[in-house]
Ligand binder design. Structure first.
Ligand SMILES: [Zn+2]
Length: 343
């Protein structure tokens, strides 16, 4: 085994010959044997990965555009398609409830990468979540009253634990800054597993992040034109938590009252409660989502005497010819719909 120093000397002394051979050999080598087989669990994630990968590789996507990742049931062909994967990218946070079983059935030894690592995860807020708010108030009061550093740190730990109780919200893509964290995770993973193409992943990824920063800024500017008391969202399921948190909206309620679309239609009483909230809060427009049947939202809109707005792209991209065929497009579209409907 040669030491790193030895091999560097060897390389330097033979640089002319080595470079000539490398130039000759590289094109076939890079295209045929280094690009890993990469799987994404759903369309939004596939778009992020493809933007980083560029033309180095083509991402295999599982839940297609318009599909509902909460209720996905993979076909035998899809199970087989991940058998030889090198990496499977997932959101995590229990978004892909079907993935454990799918991986097991396929026999794949792929590395499973959670792109939400590093994101500040939101907990699902039950209606009547006063408990958490009171905890926060106590914490603030004590933090200002006491200047002792150790004690303050203890409280931070405590809050962290509180956050991990209950359901964690997986819809991280609602906040563009979270998409940037995910894209950085994707760049790091692809560059590590495929160092021969690391430069391409870095260049593509950084260009995409610049685009995402611009998207984030334009969403902020555009939503800023909506008066604060009109920034109220009512949708089918609780998918806009991060969007609301980042861009200062209030989730008045959702038809399913859940972070998932699983579990069937709401009861007549639950619908009546939501209708009352829509009326009480003066919500002018409510929205259906591209991954669910719009009929439920239409009937709630009818009962509340409000408009049903254009269908939003929520947990999936739209088809190639739709206005939500990429992540940037879907976020731009949703924001434009909010501005036109609520401002
Ligand atoms: Zn969802």
């Amino acid at each position: 085994m040669s030491s790193p120093i030895m091999s560097r000397r060897t390389f330097v002394s033979g640089v002319g010959a080595t470079a000539a051979v490398m130039t000759f050999a590289r094109p076939t080598f890079a295209q045929e044997s280094t690009a890993p087989t990469v799987v994404a669990t759903f369309s939004i994630l596939a778009d992020w990965i493809q933007r980083v990968a560029g033309d180095v590789l083509t991402v295999v996507n599982l839940v297609p555009a318009g599909g509902d990742a909460h209720t996905f049931d993979p076909s035998p062909e899809q199970v087989a398609s991940i058998a030889d994967a090198d990496i499977i990218f997932q959101i995590g946070l229990e978004f892909e409830t079907w993935l454990d079983r799918m991986i097991e059935s396929s026999g794949t030894t792929a590395e499973r990468i959670t792109v939400s690592d590093g994101v500040s995860v939101l907990a699902f807020e039950e209606s009547g979540d006063d408990h958490d708010h009171e905890e926060d108030h106590d914490h603030d009061a004590e933090a200002t009253a006491e200047t002792d550093h150790d004690d303050h740190d203890d409280h931070d730990d405590h809050d962290e634990n509180e956050h991990n109780h209950g359901s964690q919200d997986p819809h991280i893509w609602g906040d563009v800054q979270n998409a940037i964290i995910a894209v950085k995770n994707i760049i790091g993973t692809l560059s590590t597993i495929d160092p021969a193409n690391a430069a391409a992943y870095g260049t593509n990824g950084m260009a995409y992040i610049t685009e995402l920063e611009e998207l984030d800024a334009s969403i902020r500017t555009d939503t800023g034109t909506i008066p604060e008391d009109r920034r109220k969202l009512v949708t089918t399921h609780d998918t806009f938590g991060y969007y609301a948190h980042a861009y200062d909206f209030e989730i008045v309620g959702t038809a399913l009252g859940s972070l998932s679309t699983e579990g069937g239609d709401p009861s007549a009483q639950e619908i009546a409660e939501l209708v009352n909230e829509v009326k009480d809060e003066g919500v002018p427009v409510i929205f259906a989502e591209n991954v669910t049947n719009p009929d439920l939202m239409q009937s709630i809109a009818d009962e509340a005497g409000v408009e049903l707005g254009p269908t939003l792209f929520t947990d999936a991209l739209g088809d190639a010819d739709s206005e939500g065929s990429t992540y940037v497009d879907m976020m731009t579209y949703n924001t434009r719909v909010f501005v036109e409907a609520l401002a």
